[in-house]
Design a protein around this ligand. Sequence first.
Ligand SMILES: [Zn+2]
Length: 296
Amino acid sequence: MYMLSQSSSTSGSSFQQLRPQSRPLLKQYPKKRQGNRERSFQSTWYNAFSWLEYFKDADACFCYPCQMFAKDSTKEKAFIESGFSNWKTAMESGKGFKKHEQSEVHMRAMASWKAKEFCEKRGQTVRNLIQVRPEHKIWLKTVFNTTKYLVAKGLSFRGHEENSILEEGLSGGLYLNTFSDRIFPQDPHLQQISTNLPTNAKYTSPEIQNGVIETLAEIVRETVANECKEAELFTLMMDGTTDSSRSEMEGVALRYWNNSKGGIVEHVVDVKLAEDRSAKGLVDIATTTLEDEGEI
Ligand SMILES: [Zn+2]
């Protein structure tokens, strides 16, 4: 059992103000001898990796979203704290940048970054649209409800292919097919609204789907965290299973007294990859999950 404090971390939340990304374009980056020749950072790497940052003083690069959103800086430390400057292996397959991109820490941070961008860039646009065009509000509500339905059922959003344009005969994706096969036949007015929407206001691209899911997840986590604070005491439960890639995944659930419901509730708040299955590794998972919740 854990006693909750009242402190709440805002790190990585939608409300955090992010600093600009550091991507200076220099005529010449400092050279240093690595292997058999002089090497330096290359500005062309920015094009290949949207997350990449370079700091001249450190002559090292970092990962922007991991610095902003990663909850556990002990993994991928070079890209979060100490800086990466092994230019020789930077672009090698399975090493450097590409290895970092495959890490769970990075993928989670990227999802949070995209979600935040979604909230910021689209949020204002959505508000403007809603003020001017009430039908946009109706459409957005349908997008969120469809997302909620598929997420709650644990259904995959995409098939082998996904057509991003609703009018062009869909194939493959359950998410988009839900609109064409289930929603539009029942509601021709909604189909009419969809047809008249500009492409950038349909909110159905894969990136926006992830953004909507992450936004919903943030709302759920915030609700659970607030209920836990109110309950003051809770039980943390963990159980692991091996997925199809033979990776050990640990589900983390919280059990607590819910005042408004007048009963005990349980919520799964995260499923994490267990790279270290020792007792310490599992305790680390529990601790970082609680920190993610902003509760200890
Ligand atoms: Zn990263």
